[in-house]
Design a protein around this ligand. Sequence first.
Ligand SMILES: [Zn+2]
Length: 452
Amino acid sequence: MGSTLIHGATVLTVDAENRVFEGGFVALRDGHISAVGPRAARPDPGDFDEAFELAGHIVMPGLINAHTHSAMILFRGQSEGQSLLTMDGWYNSIREPELSMTGADVGPAVALSCAEMALSGTTTFCDQYFFADEIAAGVKQAGLRAVIAYGIVQLGDREKGEAELAKATAFLEQQRSADGRVIPWFGPHAPYVDNTEDLLRAEVEVANRFGVGLHLHMAAGPEDNVETLERYGLTATEALEKTGFFNTRVHAAHCLDLSDNDMRIFARNTASVAYCATAGLRSGREGMCPAVGLRQLGVTVALGTDNVAANNAYDMVAEMRVAGLVASHRERRAQPLSSKDLVRMATIEGARALGLDHETGSLEAGKAADVAVFDLRGPGYSETPDPETLLIYSGSGRDLRHLWVAGEQLVRDRTLTRRPYDEIRRDYSATYADFWARVAAAKTAKTTKEVV
Ligand SMILES: [Zn+2]
C-alpha cells in the first residue's frame, strides 16, 4: 500500500487532549498512521512514496456517520410532508413502495450513497436495513468502512422471526471482510413494534456469541413507549432493560423521547446513541435528543444523517452544524456543544459507539489511516483562531478534497479513484427509473384489483 506524507495543513488529531498542529503532518504507512506531529518534527517528504503539501486545508480523522440506511437513497424526496419518525408517516411514504424493491436495486443505490459519503468526508458508516448481503457487497466495492446491521422484522410471526434470526446469523458468519472494513451486526428494526421478547433475547445471545452489537431505532416515534406503557407500565427503554436487551453492545438511533430514568439506563449499560438532528427536526416531532444531558451522564453520543429521504443529504459537516444548533435551541443557551465536542461526536465518539475506537476515529499512530482533508481556501473561509468552528459553521462537506480509508486514497482532488462518479450515477439513474416504474405498476395492479 506504500507510504504517504500529508503536511503543512491544520491537523485536528481528535486525540484525548484534542491536540491541533498548525502546519503539522500525518504520516501513513501500510494502511496505518505511523506518526502525527507539529511542523518542527516533520519527516523528510523524500522518504515517502507520495507527499501532499496542503497549506490552507484541514486534515482530520475521516467522519463517521453513525446511522443511515444507504439503500434508501431511492426514496430521496419521496416523503416530503411526512414524518419518517412515526409509524404512519413511514408506512405511507416508504413501506408500500419498499415492497417493490429487489436485491438488484440495492447495489447501484449503495454505490451512489457510498460515493456521496466519501466525497463529503465520511470514511465509516453504520447501516441498518434489509438486503444486508447486497449492502455489504456494495460497501466492499466502494472501499468504505461500515458496520452493517442485518434488519430483523418479525411482525408477530414466530416462524418468520426464527427464519430471520437464522439468516442474520449466517450473515454474521459470512460477511466479515478479510480487510476488516465490513463489520456485520444485528439490527432489530424497532423493538416491541416488531420483535417479541423471546426473539430479542435470542438476538442478544447470538450478538454476544459473535462479539457484535445491536443497532436499532429507539424512542424515535411515540409508538415504542405507548406500546410498552400500555402493556407493562414501563417505557420502551425500561422494558428492554428488564428483558436483558442491554446485556450486549447496544447502539440506538434517534432517542428523542428518553425520560431521565431512560438516560440513566443508557449510562449504566454503556449503550450509545446516534443523534440524528436533521432527521429529528424535519420530522416535526416535539422531542429532541437530549444529547447534552446524555453526554453529562457519560453516554457516548455519535452523529448520524439517517436515510436521505429523512435528511436529505449525507453531508456530516452539515450534520455537525445542525446537531450544534438543535442542542443550543433545546438547552436554551449558546453552544452547549462546542465545535470541538461536535468534531469528537462525528469522529472518535462514532468510532466508540461502533466498537471501533481502537482502530479509527482519531489521528494517532497505530490507528488505521482513515483521513479526510478539507480545502478551506475558497469563499466563506477566512482567518480564525478556531478551525473547528470554521469548518462546522462556515464550511461544507462539498469542500472535501482528499480521503483515505485504511491508507487507500478513495478520493483524490475531489474525484473518486475506484470508479468514476458519472458511471455510478448513470447506473443509479437507470435503477431509480426502473424501481419507481415497478412501484407504479404495483400500485395500478392493486387499484385495479380493488375496483374489480
Ligand atoms: Zn433510521
